[in-house]
Design a protein around this ligand. Sequence first.
Ligand code: F6P
Length: 327
Amino acid sequence: MTTLAQYLNKHSTSAAINDVITTLADVGVTISELLRKGALADIMGEAGNQNVQGEEQKKLDVIANDLLLDALAKNAHCAGVASEELDDATPANNDGSLLVLFDPLDGSSNIDINMAVGTIFSILPYLRQGHTSENSDFLQAGHQQLAAGYLLYGTSTMLALTIADNVIMFSLDPDTNDYVVIEDNVQIDADTSEYAINSSNYRYWHVPMQNYIDELIAGRTGVRGRDFNTRWVAAMVGDVHRILCRGGLFTYPFDTKDINKPGKLRLMYEANPMSLLIERAGGAATDATTRILDIEPNDIHQRVPVVLGSKNEVSYIKNLHMQHDQV
Ligand code: F6P
């Protein structure tokens, strides 16, 4: 059995990254304990405020955000944090060499129904050490991430992490609060017959995405010549975790439901960290035409269409979009 601490000591590229990952994982233990107590810990329901995206905050969104913020502010390596729940980035320790971005509680509509939720994080280099960090310091493309991962609070708590080109899965032992390696060098198959999408948005999608889903639904009677199966956790962490376990395709594509939201998911603390994990596990991630990790951000809260998972399926969707754009 290898614990997270032992793994990091042996494999990580820097003591600073080890320390920040350890802080994130420790907060994950606390969030996981709160979730296990559920309503008894008074974590259910609405907080009564909206975040910067105009979304109603759940009590646990706020609690998880505060826990992460407090812990990272005390970490000497962290120069600043950006969160889904904060309008602007918050400076931490000027001498720190790292910036941390997170979605403290992904899939919050699942909290009150006792279903899987998660915490997603991304670690970037801080390029102006010695100065107070600002929003603009965080605007780095996803390929510049030094590490990324998520905590999945499901039937058990798991940590999926990518450092030094590798994807590793850990399971939290609730008796010792140690994260233990359960799979090293996670790899996903290039082909899949399983896909995740919220089909209720069908009428708002671009034509190539509608055509793609029509093909999957036609199954063995259509051009794909085989049947496909749908799964939708309604928490990106859960869907990405399934893909890391057994392959698959996840998409929250461009839609015209709200003209101000050209995609539902956030680039910097949802799409980027998940794309790094998926690519390092041999998969692919695109906004339908451009590699997500190459998108130059202009806002810490910007949204992006997301198509990620098994490589061949992602490239099939990309080709449909490119062919459509050429007509
Ligand atoms: O806001 C992010 C998120 O909760 C993702 O985790 C999830 O994939 C998606 O939104 C769920 O969206 P919907 O409510 O449309 O099913």
